[in-house]
Design a protein around this ligand. Structure first.
Ligand code: NAD
Length: 389
């Protein structure tokens, strides 16, 4: 196999951007050979925009047509696990959009199916390819920052207008989307948070439902987490603040990192702060400061090219599909804590979460009646999907 024949399921905002980029030849290792969208109007537009690419209304038909080696799943969240499992059962490799699914119990079934199939399973955590976050992970995971003391991420620049929520019938309902800002926008940051600092052992959260929009899910959340060594983590996000902030600060015994305004400022201490704290008063703490600037990047294409490379050459994935469970656990645990008013210990009880989610779904207003499906920037990546400063 010289290139991977790829089919895309769900050609909406992000699916159309993936399709256009691969079709143009911007992604080494991938050749676009099939498209699938169940919306008839959409299918018509696709035949116009991609005249030589077969368009299917049904994902299984596309998988059975013998045209693809791998699929990208870019449909609403609940359908990620069932479509991925269908693809694995047919011997296809899978790259799913984030989040891995809506609840961990289902995602575990998908992970088991992936393992059994032996196929490559990746997830679109495009912000992992941002050089500042990758560097932060190296510094924290290598021990250069010492022992973790505190992480604080204020990521409130996921601003969305009401028209965004009204642009898709599945958006911002428990039955259609399965959550709000923690389920749709912040998964990138929840993933990076645990990728850099590791998983906490417990958390509690407060979620503000419909604080700034006419929706039924949360558009604001604050998580307070504790790590195994006693360190704390705070994560604040919303789609309701304009212009919002993106600032990650991590403090360890040997240094401090701040990522904000397209830049990382890394302060390295000459000795452990713990040692300094108990040293005689004439002992001086020296600090060396390293600054690293961000670069312009297309994280989506990096992840797509890496997926092809993993299939063709066995290259390690930027993000393995099963890693989607970690950020989803943080998201599900935050909801459970907000609903029950209790601290949630991790690993959490996935079945209890699903029982509680079903109650939310039962009370959901379902499809948003006023929604007008609109792909305003069809075929283009929106800057706000990459790291937004
Ligand atoms: N990684 C990123 O930066 C990023 C950015 C935007 C969206 N996303 C994710 O991508 C996914 C899609 O989001 P979107 O904004 O593109 O949604 P969208 O509503 O714009 O598009 C979804 C498309 O899927 C089609 N569809 C739905 N179910 C289908 C099925 N079973 N078979 C075939 N087609 C089906 C719909 O007709 C629609 O055209 C979500 O998981 C979202 O969280 C990721």
């Amino acid at each position: 196999m010289k290139t991977v024949r790829i089919g895309i399921i769900g050609i909406g905002n992000i699916g159309s951007a993936h399709a256009a980029g691969i079709y143009r030849g911007d992604v080494p290792g991938l050749t676009l050979t099939a498209l699938c969208d169940r919306d008839d109007n959409r299918a018509e537009e696709l035949r116009r925009d991609f005249p030589d690419i077969p368009v299917f209304a049904d994902a299984e038909e596309m998988m059975d047509a013998g045209l693809v080696d791998a699929v990208i799943i870019s449909v609403p969240h609940y359908d990620h696990p069932p479509l991925a499992m269908l693809a694995f059962s047919k011997g296809l490799h899978v790259l799913t959009e984030k989040p891995a699914g809506v609840y961990c119990a289902k995602v575990r079934e998908m992970v088991a199916a992936a393992k059994e199939s032996g196929k490559v399973f990746a997830i679109m955590f495009n912000q992992r390819t941002n050089k500042l976050f990758a560097k932060a992970r190296d510094i924290v995971q290598s021990g250069e920052l010492g022992e973790l003391k505190r992480s604080v991420w204020i990521i409130t620049n996921w601003y969305r207008k009401q028209s965004y929520y009204d642009s898709g019938s599945w958006r911002a309902t428990w039955s259609g989307e399965g959550g709000g800002v923690l389920m749709n926008q912040a998964p990138h940051n929840l993933d990076l948070w645990q990728w850099i600092c590791g998983m906490p052992v417990e958390l509690r959260a407060d979620c503000g439902v419909a604080t700034a929009h006419d929706i039924e899910v949360e558009d604001e959340a604050t998580i307070f987490a504790r790590y195994a060594n006693g360190a704390t983590g705070t994560f604040i996000t919303t789609t309701g603040d304009y212009p919002g902030t993106n600032r990650l600060e991590i403090t360890g015994t040997l240094g401090k990192l701040v990522i904000e305004n397209k830049k990382m400022v890394w302060q390295k201490f000459s000795m452990s702060e713990r040692e300094y704290c108990y040293s005689p008063d004439d002992v001086k703490m020296e600090t060396e400061t390293v600054e690293i600037e961000d670069e312009k990047y297309n994280g989506h294409h990096r992840v797509l090219a890496n997926f092809a490379d993993a299939i063709l050459n066995g290259t390690p994935l930027v993000a393995r599909g099963e890693e989607g469970l970690s950020e989803l656990t943080l998201c599900n645990a935050a909801y459970l804590s907000a609903w029950t008013g209790k601290t949630v210990t991790l690993p959490m009880d996935d079945d209890l979460y699903y029982e509680e989610l079903k109650k939310k779904i039962a009370g959901s207003r379902g499809t948003r009646e006023n929604a007008k499906t609109a792909h305003t920037e069809s075929g283009k990546y929106n800057d706000r999907w990459n790291t937004n400063w």
